[in-house]
Design a protein around this ligand. Structure first.
Ligand code: GLU
Length: 441
């Protein structure tokens, strides 16, 4: 860690992600001198390569705009590079390195053969027209197409990249590469190679994982009050499944504040989340304006100020601080499943663990998204399309396997499961073993 800190002093998110993993695996690592001899950790924390490129496009006023684009190919020990693209004004190499590092472990947990990658741009979709988004995506792909391929590196969506953006990216890829293999990108539309349930998969998988975690602790999700941050694709899927499992979603949030829903979110509100996402306004207040009788909007507040049993961060890294954790616990929250990547600050995780709150990390909880991308790749490679039931059954099985792996590697002497340790050790063992077996490359 000291060496990495000296080398990348400003890459705070990346250092945070590496620190969490190294702390978790220390004991296991020390029991394997062969890992030490092969310098597995030193190799694993550095990405295989990073592509950086300029993306120039023209906005609706005819002005030339320049953004930066990246693809971080982090680790290919267990399969081709796989991971999403993030379009957000705050994107930096540090953010994408942390996400690529996390993705490597997460993908290892899915049971599928996928390496880790991440990419994106500091392009800000907020307030952009559909035409601007299309021109940006095309300009982005003009640089990226050469670095990706169905057996090489398979991008997908992430924050700011949904099915619309995937469509524009894929359309341009085909034109440039003259390759018509749908498996080069996942999260596609249903009529051109997309998998049924991929849009829902991250949220559904997170709720399946939460269900297994609660069952392990002798609890039930039915009747519980859930606070969710965000209102994008992940929050949407989580709301849908939470409702189906008999829970009540009492809050969603956005960068502008929190929308409280005392009687619980309704299917109409869940559908409206899609309209809010497509509008590019990035405001949760729109929900309160649309359903004034059933909601209460408070500017500047987070979802964590609302009384709930279960907290599900579904928005962005570091969105839940130690103070937020203390407020939640004081209000009676007894479980937090991190759905966003690194959604909780280290102080928040320690606070939850010290206070006996059930906690599981994003790389286990949200892995259903990329796992279903893996299922999309399988369908594309065999030129078939599975039914919703087939995909859902496989997603269930994968989330249960991830939970089992956490229990296997994370059960402590007192019988309780440390899900942070469990997920990190399980992912590490798989990637480290593969690296060792493939020699010094
Ligand atoms: N962006 C998602 C994640 O963080 C999904 C990536 C994918 O489907 O490749 O796992």
């Amino acid at each position: 860690m000291a060496r990495l800190q000296a080398k990348y002093p400003n890459e705070t998110e990346y250092l945070q992600a590496v620190q969490e993993v190294l702390e978790s695996i220390e004991e296991v690592y020390n029991q394997h001198p062969e890992f030490e001899r092969a310098k597995i950790v030193e190799r694993m924390v550095e990405p295989d390569r990073i592509f950086t490129f300029r993306v120039t496009w023209v906005d609706d006023r005819g002005e030339v705009q320049t953004n930066l684009g990246y693809r971080v190919q982090f680790n290919s020990a267990i399969g081709p590079y796989k991971g999403g693209l993030r379009f957000h004004r705050a994107v930096t190499p540090s953010m994408l390195k942390f996400l690529g590092f996390e993705q490597t472990f997460k993908n290892a947990l899915t049971t599928l053969p996928m390496g880790g990658a991440k990419g994106g741009s500091d392009f800000d979709p907020k307030g952009k027209s559909n035409e601007e988004i299309m021109r940006f995506c095309q300009a982005f792909m003009l640089e990226l197409w050469n670095c990706i391929g169905p057996d090489q590196d398979i991008p997908a969506g992430d924050v700011g990249v949904g099915s619309r953006e995937i469509g524009y990216l894929y359309g341009m890829y085909k034109k440039l590469a003259r390759q018509y293999n749908t498996g080069v990108i996942t999260g596609k539309g249903m009529t051109w190679g997309g998998s049924i349930l991929r849009p829902e998969a991250t949220g559904y998988g997170a709720l399946y994982f939460t269900h297994y975690l609660l069952a392990e602790a002798g609890k039930d999700i039915r009747g519980s009050r859930i606070a969710i941050s965000g209102f994008g694709n992940v929050a949407w899927g989580a709301c849908k499944k939470a409702l189906e499992l008999g829970a009540k979603v009492v809050a969603i949030s956005g960068p502008d504040g929190v929308c409280e829903i005392p009687d619980g979110i309704t299917p109409e509100m869940i559908d409206y989340m899609l309209v809010m996402r497509a509008s590019n306004r990035d405001r949760v207040e729109d929900m309160a304006l649309k359903f004034p009788d059933k909601t209460r909007f408070t500017a500047g507040k987070k979802a964590w100020s609302v009384k709930c049993d279960i907290a599900l961060p579904c928005a962005f890294q570091n969105e839940l601080s130690e103070e937020d954790a203390a407020e939640l616990v004081a209000n009676g929250t007894w479980c937090c499943c991190e759905v966003s990547n690194m959604g909780c600050q280290p102080g928040a995780i320690h606070y939850f663990q010290q206070h006996g709150i059930l906690f599981a990390p994003g790389k286990a909880v949200n892995a259903g998204g990329v796992a279903t991308s893996g299922l999309e790749m399988t369908q594309n490679a065999s030129h078939i399309s599975w039914s919703g039931k087939e995909v859902d059954d496989k997603l269930h099985y994968i989330m249960k396997s991830i939970h089992d792996a956490c229990v296997k590697y994370g059960t402590q002497p007192d019988g309780k499961v440390d899900y942070v340790k469990g997920a990190n050790i399980a992912g590490f063992m798989k990637v480290a073993t593969a690296m060792l077996e493939q020699g010094t490359v």
